[in-house]
Structure formats: C-alpha cells, structure tokens
Design a protein around this ligand. Structure first.
Ligand code: ATP
Length: 513
C-alpha cells in the first residue's frame, strides 16, 4: 500500500513539475477536485481526444460527431432520471468530520477480501508450478470459496438496500462489518443520506423569471435529444452512432484521487443506435472494439480487465466496465452499457415528440435500442501518464526519470539541441525546428549540457532528441537519440521527417487495433 501511495504521489508531483496538470486556482490554495491542464497536459489531452475521435468517428462511416451545449432544457434531466436518481449515498465520520460514499467504503472492504483471494492464488501457483490451473483452483479451494461467498453476500445485500432505498441497512452493514474511517480508524458514523450529484445554476436576469438549470452530469443526453435531427439530416441508417467529447460536471462526494475523480471533467461518449433485439450482439462487439483501442496504445494487456455488472442500472440490460490498473489499483476507466430504449422513450414521454426511426427494410417505425461507450478523458490521461512514468537504474547506478508516453500521444515529438551555443550550430538547429514544425510539435533547447537536456526531454516524454554538432556543418547529418532505448543514430537532416513520422503516425498505431 505504502508503495502504491508513493508511486501515486510521484505521478502527481511529476505532472506538476513538468507542466502537465496544476491544481485549479492554486494561488488561492486550490479548489478541491478541480484541475487545470498546463502547457504539456493540454497537448497530451488533445492527442488522446484526437486518437479516440479518429478511431470512433473518422474510421467508421456510420458514426458521426456532435457538439451539444453544456446547458440543456431542465426537463432533460427529469426525463433521464438524473433529478430523482442521480444520487450517491454519503456517510460522515463524526470524529474525523470526513465524508465518504457509503457504497465505496463497503466496496473497498470487499476489495480487501479479494486481495486475500489473490494471495491464495499466488501462493498456490508457486506451490503447483506449471500444473497450476487458476480457474480450477478458485472454483474448488475451500478458503477461496469462503472469501468469494462473503463478498457476494455483502455486495448483494448492499445492492438490495440501495435499490430499496433502505439507507439504514447500508449503515447497519457498515457497522456490522466494523468498517473504520480509512484515515483515522474511527467507527463513529452518522446515518447514510442520499446526495444529488448535479450542479445547479440559474438562467435569466431577474430572480422571479430565472430558470433553474443544471450543468450536464454526462454528455449522453445531448446525443439523445439530437438523435432524430442527426438521423434525418445525416440520412443515417440503423445501426449508426453519434459521438461527442465534452465537459461534464458532478458534485462528487469523495474526490481525493487527483484527476481520477473530478468535479469538472471531460467525457468521450458514443451512443450506437441499433434495431431492438440486436443490442446484445452490438454490446459484445463494442466491448471487444473498445478493448482493442486501449490495447493499441501498448500500455500492457495485464493492466486491463473487464468488470461485468451484476446489478444493473434501471435503464440497462447489460453493462461492463473496462478497468485499468491505476497506481491505486484496478478501477473503472470506461463503461460500456446496453441502455435499451430507456432514454429515447423517456424523452418521447416528457417532450411529447416522437423519437422514432422508420426502418425501410422492416417497413415500420420503432424506438431504437442504444449501446453506449463512455470513457473519461481525464481518467485516460491518468492511465497513460501514470503507466508511462518510470525510474530506470542505469549502468552507472544513476536513476533516469523517463516518461514513456506512447509516441503518438506525446506532447512534443522531438527536441532539437545544438551541442553548443556557437559556431553556427544554433542557427542550423533553429532551421530544423522551422522545417519540422509544419508536421510535428517540436521544441528547441540550448540551455545546459546536452546530457542534462536529454534527461529533461526524457522526463518530459519527448520521443526523439536531435542533436546538431560540428559534424553537421560538414555533412548535414545529426544525431537522433531515442527516448526509450537511449540509442543514438547518425542520420541525414532530410531523413528526419520520415523517421519521426514512422513512430508518431496515428495510422500505424490504430492499425494495431
Ligand atoms: P464511478 O463509478 O467511478 O463514479 P461512473 O460509473 O459514475 O463512475 P459513468 O457515469 O459510467 O461513471 O461515466 C463514464 C465515464 O466517465 C467513467 O468510466 C469515467 O471514466 C468518467 N467519469 C465519471 N465520473 C468522473 C469523475 N468524477 N471524474 C473523472 N472522470 C469521471
């Protein structure tokens, strides 16, 4: 645990030190769970967004984009169920005055039991060696079955209590399990209360005429209310999708995990409209497709897993999370939900307008079913960034800090460095920058010894360093140094563009899907 905390702290301080993420309004001591993306962060975030957009919109002829406003008619949120049901159960600790999500306390308790299962598995794997069969072991070992049974009992009781709005029982469960405040160990809890996560605001000048609005808690509803407009004007045929990236706002109760859980964050969502009855097929397809997108970035297959939901939201007939191994353990990165016709039907009912599709093949109208893929851009940023940060011990015993971002996402693709600041080397280096900047984000750096500049660019995540030296004056060649291998190669200046392109080109990365 200490190790995990330590790694996470390093990620946060590296993000600040290298101009990726700052606390919002830091000079006023910050605003809790709100963050700003700095000069490098904004580029990384944009590159992730573009990578998603290209894969989802540009590469699918039946998926189009949308940019709906953040403000929406307030009835939208009645229809979607957010006004009545977008709540989290919260609980306060009377001694520490800290606030928690009651369901998260219970889930964390279960995660600890799951760790025990994992320990048993590791032990057994060691004992049995090559003959070890994990599936068989977890389905027959008495101790593991006991742990699993305990988890199931706890989670299904909590699911039922939450569904029945029996918050007293959620508190009783916390007390029975003797769950303590993770920070102080105190077990002195208040009752559990529901808390709506939507931020309210007002539209209009005078108090009497002002209209209560919400800041959208998800981008999906902007897609649903525009479904028919897009379908008709784009002459879209089912199955088709509408994709959108944009800000969403949630007044999160517990927001202590850097950009993992923010109050203002960005989502990348795609709603795929399908014929009723075919949703299971599409759900499966999108689960596979989205996992492939993640794997194409090379963060390591072992760092992903699916978590299929047993307890489903009222609108869903299947749901799964793609979980990623963050520095604090496996957590949700993306959700894939088969949302049935719940949203469109609700908007029909509340607006009195038909939101139906006329299927020429079937010769009838129907409300389509929807399969959604929804990923948090900030969480993806954290996944990429935390996975990339490495501390390598070199042969001479020194530590190299290197941010091994996938080259396609790196904010700066190459840094051009004159070996020294005279003899015409800076001029050549600047000319290389001038030539390359049409195609890539490149930087010029002449300060400090070249070794230090290499380290600075390594820590910054820049895949290539290009060094101009005295030989360049003679033969127009430069040294290209690779961030990950530290290998250096002598190449001609005119080859630079192709060398960089080969490694940062979106196409070659997406082709791995
Ligand atoms: P969680 O259970 O972690 O609160 P959720 O299930 O409420 O998440 P969804 O409503 O499915 O999340 O939202 C889709 C995606 O949006 C999530 O997978 C996550 O990546 C992202 N997301 C949701 N809430 C936040 C937040 N507060 N900060 C950053 N990203 C978020």
């Amino acid at each position: 645990m200490a190790n995990q905390d330590d790694k996470f702290k390093k990620v946060i301080s590296h993000a600040k030190e290298y101009g990726y993420v700052f606390q919002s309004s830091e000079i006023y001591d910050g605003l809790s769970a709100v963050y700003d993306y700095a000069q490098n962060g904004v580029e990384l975030k944009k590159n992730i967004r573009d990578y998603w957009w290209k894969a989802m919109v540009q590469m699918h002829e039946n998926i189009v984009g949308l940019d709906a406003a953040i403000f929406m008619h307030p009835t939208t949120w009645k229809a979607s169920g957010h006004v009545d049901a977008f709540n989290d159960p919260l609980i306060d600790n009377k001694d520490s005055k800290k606030r928690y999500r009651a369901d998260v306390l219970v889930e964390d308790y279960c995660a600890k039991i799951e760790n025990k299962i994992n320990k048993e598995v590791t032990k057994a794997a060691k004992r049995f060696g090559d003959a070890f069969n994990k599936d068989e072991f977890v389905s027959t070992n008495g101790r593991v079955l006991g742990y699993q049974e305990k988890i199931n009992t706890i989670l299904s009781r909590m699911a039922k209590s939450l569904e029945d709005e029996d918050l007293a029982d959620v508190k009783a469960l916390i007390e029975e399990l003797e769950i303590a405040d993770p920070l102080t160990g105190s077990k002195n809890w208040t009752d559990v209360k529901q808390f709506n996560l939507m931020f309210g605001t007002k539209l209009g000048a005078s108090a009497e005429s002002a209209m209560d609005l919400y800041l959208r808690p998800e981008t999906a509803q902007g897609i649903f209310v525009n479904f028919l407009n897009v379908q008709k004007t784009g002459r879209m045929k089912i199955p088709f999708g509408i994709a959108q990236t944009g800000k969403a706002f949630r007044n999160e109760i517990v927001a202590r995990q850097f950009i993992f859980r923010m109050r203002e964050f960005e989502q990348m969502e795609m709603q795929f409209f399908v014929k009723p009855g075919t949703q299971k097929k599409w759900y499966k397809k999108w689960k596979e497709t989205r996992l492939k997108w993640h794997l194409s970035l090379g963060l390591g297959a072992v760092n992903y897993r699916f978590h299929d939901h047993e307890k489903l939201a009222h609108y869903a007939d299947a749901a799964a999370d793609i979980e990623f191994k963050f520095p604090f353990g496996f957590k949700e990165l993306e959700g894939i939900h088969s949302r049935t016709d719940f949203d469109l039907k609700a908007h029909e009912e509340f607006s009195g307008k038909k939101l139906q599709y006329f299927d020429h093949e079937e010769n009838k109208s129907y409300v389509p079913y929807v399969v959604e893929t929804s990923i948090g851009l900030d969480r993806m940023f954290l996944a990429v960034f935390s996975n990339a940060l490495e501390y390598e011990t070199l042969e001479d015993g020194s530590i190299r800090t290197v941010l091994k971002l996938p080259a396609v996402l790196a904010p700066t693709k190459a840094a051009v460095l004159p070996l020294i600041k005279r003899d015409g080397l800076p001029e050549i280096a600047k000319q290389i920058v001038e030539d390359l900047k049409w195609d890539f984000n490149v930087a010029y750096d002449e300060k400090d010894a070249v070794g230090r500049r290499y380290r600075r660019q390594d820590a910054n995540g820049t895949p290539f360093c290009i060094t101009v030296d005295h030989d360049t004056l003679k033969d127009n060649t430069v040294t290209v140094r690779h961030r990950d291998t530290m290998e250096q190669k002598r190449v001609k200046i005119e080859e630079l563009r192709d060398i960089i392109k080969q490694e940062v080109d979106v196409k070659s990365w997406l082709m791995k899907m």
